[in-house]
Write a protein that binds this ligand. Structure first.
Ligand SMILES: [Zn+2]
Length: 306
């Protein structure tokens, strides 16, 4: 075949069609190795066909790597794309000239073409490595940044939680009882009164009448409820003063009850009146009292008859 006279412009003309065929053509010639020896003229043709065939899968690997490494730096991606262009263009030129029957060693197809093609082919896997390395580095940095952000986000929450922990709401039973006993001492006559932590027949609090200076508080029902306990103590201290008044004035329970009934409607509403005078926010028996009744409650606290 003599194609020595075909013009380079003609080569350009069929280049586009050849690009497509390059991808699917698998030369039947057996591979004889990547390097092409200039002296081995006999194997020159089969060698260049085999080398050309290796470009397609190698380019495919780089394109896959490009797809899977979107965060590789732009210069790494550009270098990979350029490498693909060089390899494809080189393979195309060699394949086309060969398939058109250009004699190896002619000015159009020579050993130099073979070396250029081989160099372009050899460069492709290096770009896969570079892309994967760049993406791995990006992923590692991203993971680190996410960890940092997560740590930052949980830090203020943890700090808030630790600040909340010692708040008064979370008293231990021992702390609660200590505070309840301390509060009792602030009430009129409270220093002479003791608390018995038990069960006043199911009530929240109780005092034996006539009886001692002991307030029995319901240990289970009131446990760690300091505000509620304070109101119970404000009521029970009323009963303590009722006891003290009867003892001091030598008044019988019957007489004292009759007086309490007349003024408050009973010894219980009387103790509620005392609780309100002492600042209770919740009472059990009665909450509406007249000025006269509240004054009578103040007398109870002075151990006088209401
Ligand atoms: Zn009572």
């Amino acid at each position: 075949m003599n194609h020595t006279g075909f013009a380079p412009t003609f080569v350009k003309g069929i280049a586009l069609a050849a690009i497509l065929s390059l991808i699917t053509i698998t030369p039947c010639t057996a591979a004889t190795g990547n390097a092409v020896s200039p002296s081995a003229t006999d194997n020159w043709e089969s060698a260049i066909v085999a080398t050309t065939a290796k470009v397609t899968p190698a380019v495919k690997d780089v394109r896959l790597a490009l797809n899977e490494t979107p965060n590789a730096p732009e210069q790494v991606r550009k270098a990979a794309l350029t490498s693909i262009d060089v390899a494809e263009a080189s393979a195309l030129r060699v394949w086309m000239l060969y398939s058109l029957g250009v004699e190896p060693g002619s000015p159009y197809l020579n050993t130099q073409d073979s070396f250029v093609l081989q160099a372009a082919l050899d460069a492709l896997p290096m770009h896969v490595t570079a892309l994967v390395k760049a993406q791995t580095s990006y992923n590692a940095k991203l993971t680190q940044a996410k960890k940092k952000a997560a740590a930052k986000a949980t830090k203020p929450a943890a700090a808030k939680a630790s600040k909340k922990a010692p708040a008064a709401k979370f008293l231990t039973t021992a702390q609660y009882r200590k505070q309840a006993e301390a509060f009792l001492k602030t009430l009129p006559g409270g220093k002479k009164v003791t608390i018995e932590w038990g069960d006043p027949q199911g009530h929240l609090g109780g005092v034996w009448m006539p009886g001692s200076s002991t307030i029995i508080l319901n240990a289970k029902k009131l446990d760690r409820q300091l505000d509620r306990t304070k109101d119970v103590l404000r009521h029970e201290i009323g009963h303590i003063h009722q006891n003290w008044t009867m003892a001091k004035l030598n008044v019988s329970m019957k007489t004292y009850e009759a007086r309490s009934n007349a003024v408050f409607g009973g010894v219980e509403p009387a103790a509620d009146a005392v609780a309100i005078v002492l600042g209770a926010s919740s009472v059990y028996y009665k909450s509406d009292f007249t000025k006269a009744q509240l004054n009578a409650a103040r007398n109870i606290l002075k151990d006088k008859m209401p």
